[in-house]
Ligand binder design. Structure first.
Ligand SMILES: C[S@@+](CC[C@H](N)C(=O)[O-])C[C@H]1O[C@@H](n2cnc3c(N)ncnc32)[C@H](O)[C@@H]1O
Length: 268
């Protein structure tokens, strides 16, 4: 009888390898196989020791991502064959990372697992762009929402609920719908002058930050040619961005392009 393996659902943070937790690094170093998403940075993938199998299940240009059911099957089959599997995800596994779904699948198959939190994009982009998500006197809370709907359907968001001037709003995956999001927030009552920021590649050498207002954020993002991944932060806290700016992205830094076999179970 084969002994069941073990699955670690590990958050890798938003990109800067130094934001990886000590636990995440140890698990990567001890893994038999690492199954990783597109948003795990090349620098972090470079920390995987030689000889540890790597399986990419993320979307790469011109290719389709591996469907979630298939990702589940891959992890389950690796674990059932006795492997120590690190399921490496961008940011935090339990924040818009489908980590809960994968954990449930492990539970259903009786596979032992653990979850290792990572720095979520909201926290990384906030710190590295000088925008505290909460700031006494400026807001009383923060809300994370997704700006993307399954199968690119129309956004199903209660705009009146999220258009709260006292609450910072962080939008994940909202780049394609940014104009709609800003328009709906204004329609639901947020002033057009509400400060807003879009951050691409937060915490990485390629970080780009666009600061605007709700009325012109979408245009400014197009002008700046921001590409995914982008996190949007809306609220008065954005006004601190210039004063609290400290991070100097190094656009010259040569990011090694690492080519990975996609979904190559044979190597695992
Ligand atoms: C599928 S969600 C994954 C979120 C992830 N689990 C987390 O906790 O950050 C992908 C979205 O996260 C955001 N994101 C991830 N990494 C980012 C980065 N380095 N800079 C800006 N946004 C990022 C973007 O909004 C992107 O569309």
């Amino acid at each position: 009888m084969t002994t069941k393996g073990f699955v670690s659902l590990v958050g890798s943070g938003p990109g800067d390898p130094e934001l990886l937790t000590v636990k995440a690094l140890r698990l990567i170093q001890q893994a038999d196989v690492v199954v990783f998403d597109r948003l795990v940075s090349a620098e972090i993938l470079n920390l995987i020791p030689h000889g540890v199998s790597q399986i990419s299940v993320g979307k790469s240009p011109g290719k389709h991502c591996v469907p979630q059911d298939q990702i589940n099957e891959i992890i389950v089959s690796l674990a059932l064959s006795g492997r120590r599997v690190v399921r490496l995800k961008g940011g935090d596994p339990y924040i818009f990372g489908r980590g809960g779904e994968e954990a449930l699948v492990m539970r259903q198959h009786g596979i032992p697992f653990e979850v290792v939190p990572g720095v979520t994009a909201a926290a990384g982009c906030s710190s590295y762009s000088g925008i505290p998500l909460t700031h006494r006197g400026l807001n009383h809370g923060v809300r994370f929402i997704t700006g993307h709907q399954k199968n690119d359907e129309t956004l199903d968001i209660d705009w009146h609920k999220v258009a709260d001037p006292d609450c910072t709003l962080v939008i994940y995956m909202g780049l394609a719908n940014l104009q709609t999001i800003c328009t709906e927030l204004v329609r639901a009552g947020l002033p057009v002058t509400t400060p807003a920021a879009a951050i691409h590649g937060g915490t990485t050498a390629h970080q780009q930050k666009v600061i605007a207002t709700l009325s012109d954020l979408a245009d400014a993002v197009v002008t700046a040619e921001l590409k995914s991944p982008v996190t949007t932060i809306i609220g008065e806290v954005v006004t601190l961005s210039d004063e609290l700016d400290w991070f100097q992205p190094d656009y010259q830094q040569d990011e090694r392009v690492v080519a990975y076999d996609s979904f190559n179970l044979a190597r695992a």
